[in-house]
Design a protein around this ligand. Structure first.
Ligand SMILES: Cc1cc2nc3c(=O)[nH]c(=O)nc-3n(C[C@H](O)[C@H](O)[C@H](O)COP(=O)(O)OP(=O)(O)OC[C@H]3O[C@@H](n4cnc5c(N)ncnc54)[C@H](O)[C@@H]3O)c2cc1C
Length: 526
């Protein structure tokens, strides 16, 4: 162990998507964290093939969507999506509630790393946290690095270290939930070229017929999904396919190394026929977990991403990246000593509740996917309900995470006068705006990750009421470039959520604004 004690304001353990995003948010907030990652480089093992949900437009609010769009096979709202075995048809709605960014997870991690580097941050690769202990004013962590073991003392530690989170375990945080007997096996393999249907990429398999691609298919033995790798990565050879199966196998050995034979056996059981496969590029086997940490903060240790929740089907990356965007500015303010009372505590309050909603939709998908009389009945009834536009929108919003409305009333703050404005607690819409200096839009204003007050009044009365806060808060008198203003004034937190709004046409356009500024923003210096 090195004798020299290193110090840091914030240490992040894990440079997966959540840890990288959190590091970016902290840098934007003026605090450069130490990021520890035990892997030597970004893992080539394919994990997520896409991000879907509210975080996709929020990536635009950080200027990250454009660089990712160039590498994605699809970016934007989708006309339909799956809900377990059912299809959500958004085409009858005025707007789809679900945005998708179809890019491999390692591409996302690469782009986030590039952005972190631009902001002056780095990842300490091959550095593994091995233990931690908390003191009143700090956390001490032991690290095993390529140059030997060393000790770090930090004011805050965030575990973004995945589902098996050593940080969560060492901090003594429980991870209740369910582990079911469902086993998923996934492989990236070659299939014989003469099975591939030209033009469609479907497969003609002797004994099974023509296999549909890119959608889960239920069978008596479980379910399977098959798709050409080229649909995700244009440069991939046309005979490379991602083949996955799901079976109920409560007693399966999840510890032995996964083999091509195991995948082939599983395909045979599920499909009822042999699918010839060779040259496995990557193989994995997953048990099925649905769990959530009982608290996201224990003293000076916090959790985010899979360390805090394993959502299973439907939106783990969305939930994890939204954690990072929620936590980053709060933790940066806390570390800088400029956070209003209770700001950091609002992370658990807001994101634990959001995690419960993510688990709700994921568990519901599983429940209606089962193969028994009760599940079939629930599936039929849910399917009938999804014919109603309000129902399909609601389910879509739940998958997106946009059904979650943060409670913006903080202890000591008066509840908003009158009826709560519909935008409060939700992500600010990306309005196109005219400013005294030209044109802008909300997404551009949020790139600096600072609070913004938009004043839509004729006389700028909301901005005048907040004049003392100029500096910590960007004050702008604006007009919408299209349509009418949704409010007289709108205070947007650094994470893009609306903390306060009035009107339009309020008797006092600044009513409640001072409370909201005190609750969420750095106090102005006298
Ligand atoms: C096959 C597969 C397909 C998936 N598909 C999707 C999908 O399509 N969409 C979706 O939203 N999600 C998907 N997921 C889930 C998604 O991959 C995870 O939700 C996501 O990786 C979680 O990100 P994270 O940063 O929280 O954790 P991770 O990505 O697990 O990163 C944690 C990091 O912490 C590091 N670490 C752990 N312990 C230590 C330590 N002691 N010291 C230092 N570093 C440590 C690890 O090496 C790792 O890099 C999929 C997962 C799998 C396995």
């Amino acid at each position: 162990m090195s004798e020299e004690l290193q110090t840091a304001d914030v240490v992040i353990v894990g440079a997966g998507p959540t840890g990288l995003m959190l590091a970016i948010e902290l840098c934007l907030g003026g605090v450069t964290p130490v990021v520890l990652e035990r892997l030597p480089e970004i893992s080539e093992i394919p994990k997520g093939n896409g991000i879907f949900g509210l975080v996709v437009p929020l990536l635009d609010y950080r200027g990250l969507l454009e660089p990712l769009r160039a590498e994605a096979t699809y970016t934007g709202p989708v006309p339909s999506f799956f809900f377990g075995p059912l299809t959500l048809d958004f085409s009858r709605l005025a707007a789809s509630p679900l945005h998708v960014l179809a890019a491999p997870q390692r591409t996302v991690e690469r782009k986030l790393t590039e952005r972190l580097t631009e902001l002056g941050g780095t990842v300490r690769r091959r550095h593994e946290l091995t233990s931690l202990s908390q003191q009143d004013d700090s956390v001490t962590v032991d690290v095993s690095g390529p140059g030997g073991d060393y000790r770090l003392r930090t004011r805050y530690l965030v575990g973004c270290d995945g589902a098996h989170s050593p940080v969560r375990k060492l901090a003594g945080i429980d991870f209740p939930g369910v582990t079911s007997g469902t086993v998923a096996r996934i492989g990236r393999v070659r299939v014989p070229a003469d099975l591939i249907v030209p033009g469609t990429g479907e497969l003609d398999v002797p004994g099974a017929g023509r296999l549909r691609i890119m959608q889960p298919v239920r069978t008596a033995g479980g379910s399977y999904s098959i798709g050409p790798q080229a649909s995700l990565d244009k440069a991939a050879p046309r005979d490379v396919y991602i083949v996955s199966t799901q079976e109920e196998q409560p007693n399966a050995d999840l510890t032995a190394p996964m083999t091509l034979d195991e995948l082939a056996d599983s395909v045979r059981r599920v499909l009822g026929a042999d699918l010839p496969m060779s040259d496995p590029i990557w193989l994995t086997r997953l048990g099925s977990n649905s769990r959530q940490a009982d608290r996201y903060q224990e003293g000076r240790v916090l959790l985010a991403g899979d360390a805090a929740h394993v959502v299973g089907v439907g939106g783990s990356l969305n939930a994890g990246l939204l954690d990072a965007v929620n936590l980053g500015w709060k933790l940066a303010a806390q570390a800088r000593g400029t956070a209003p009372d209770g700001l950091l505590g609002s992370y658990h309050a807001e994101r634990h509740a959001a995690g419960q909603r993510a688990l709700l939709q994921s568990r519901a998908q599983r429940a209606i996917s089962a193969d028994d009389e009760y599940a079939r009945a629930a599936r039929q009834l849910v399917g009938e309900l999804l014919a109603y536009p309000d129902a399909v929108r609601h389910v879509g919003e739940t998958i997106a995470g946009s059904d979650v409305r943060y409670d913006m009333t903080r202890p000591g703050q008066e509840a908003s006068p009158g009826e709560l404005h519909d935008l409060v607690g939700r992500v600010a819409p990306d309005l196109q705006l005219r400013t005294p200096g030209g044109r802008t839009k909300v997404a551009e204003l949020m790139r600096a990750a600072r609070p913004v007050l938009l004043d839509f009044t004729q006389d700028g009365s909301a901005a005048k009421a907040a004049a003392d806060w100029r500096g910590p808060v960007t004050l702008l008198v604006v007009k919408p470039l299209t349509g009418t203003a949704p409010a007289d004034g709108m205070l947007i937190r650094p994470d893009g959520y609306v903390a306060w709004a009035t009107g339009p046409g309020a008797a006092d356009p600044a009513a409640g604004l001072a409370d909201a500024l005190r609750a969420w923003c750095q106090a102005p210096t006298a």
